[in-house]
Design a protein. Structure first.
Length: 304
């Protein structure tokens, strides 16, 4: 396994913000959806995920820096015994090269953890270790829910269900998808931290969605029916006559699913009056005639 600091391109004293920033940049660049069929990029993407999984966990990072685990998160050297124990039921034998004789993985575990056989000669029963992964999803995938596939360091894949309304930084638990148990013990769990990509025009605040909607001057003054994007698709809304920049319209139930109440929030549409890109001589002449003699002062409340 490659050094995780080199994989992410960060210094060994980098803080968590720098590590997260580096991961996001690489994840966007190397995501399999953007590089279909490119096996080299797919492998690099796996390495980036493994490196971030290790360095984003303070405890794992400290253990790696101390040399207790390797770049994949595997134990040094106890991990090999752990795996052998899980696969061989504690009966796999090793030969002592210096003194001769054989010993089992269970013998080593007994010394390491102070655990031997329990009464009745039964083997030590231990729960498998938990594992941690990261997964980047789009804004709409997090908003509406999706099924994604996570590729593990050993090449194994896990199908992850993204619940509707998932938040950036939220961790999903996949029960019994971690490392196998020892002596008949249960498997550990897999924890997947979700990273949500920003959307070009939707903004999330709690379970509500906010959107700035450009409207023309005639639409704002005279009123109109206009099309608005939502996370469910386009809908039509009515712009009231005499609307202004900053006027906010509410679309009830068009927001995100609340994780606690399971109810949907709302979408708030803030109008932005936008003039034509090119100067319009007729509009200019009309406004000059209209403004003559008007006592209209939009800054009066500012005391200017």
């Amino acid at each position: 396994m490659k050094d995780p600091y080199q994989v992410l391109g960060v210094a060994r004293d980098a803080d968590q913000n720098a590590i997260k920033k580096a991961f996001r940049k690489l994840a966007k660049k190397l995501h399999p959806d953007l590089n279909p069929g490119n096996k080299k990029v797919e492998q690099e993407f796996k390495e980036v995920n493994v490196a971030y999984d290790l360095l984003s966990d303070p405890k794992k990072r400290e253990r790696f820096d101390r040399g207790e685990i390797d770049a994949s998160g595997a134990e040094r050297p106890e991990r090999s015994f752990y795996r052998a124990y899980a696969e061989g039921g504690g009966n796999t034998k090793y030969r002592d090269a210096e003194f001769g004789g054989e010993f089992s993985a269970e013998d080593i575990l007994s010394e390491l953890f102070g655990r031997g056989r329990s009464r009745g000669g039964r083997s030590t029963r231990m729960r498998g270790e938990d594992v941690n992964y990261s997964l980047t999803v789009s804004f709409l995938e997090a908003a509406n829910g999706a099924k994604k596939r996570v590729t593990l360091a050993d090449g194994k894949t896990l199908d992850v269900t993204i619940p509707p309304g998932t938040e950036d930084g939220q961790t999903l638990r996949l029960k019994a998808q971690g490392l196998p148990g020892v002596g008949g013990g249960p498997a550990g769990d897999a924890y997947v931290e979700i990273h949500v990509e920003p959307h070009p025009f939707f903004n999330r605040k709690d379970s509500n969605i906010h959107l700035d909607l450009p409207v023309t001057l005639p639409e704002a003054v005279l009123g109109a029916s206009v099309t608005v994007p939502t996370i469910d698709g386009n809908v039509s809304i009515k712009v009231p006559p005499g609307s202004n920049t900053g006027t906010t319209l509410r679309l009830k139930g068009r927001g995100l699913v609340d994780r606690k109440t399971r109810e949907r929030g709302d979408q708030y549409v803030t109008l932005k009056v936008v003039l034509p890109d090119k100067p319009d001589a007729e509009l200019k002449q009309f406004l000059e005639r209209w403004s003559a003699g008007q006592g209209y002062d939009p800054r009066a409340k500012l005391g200017t």
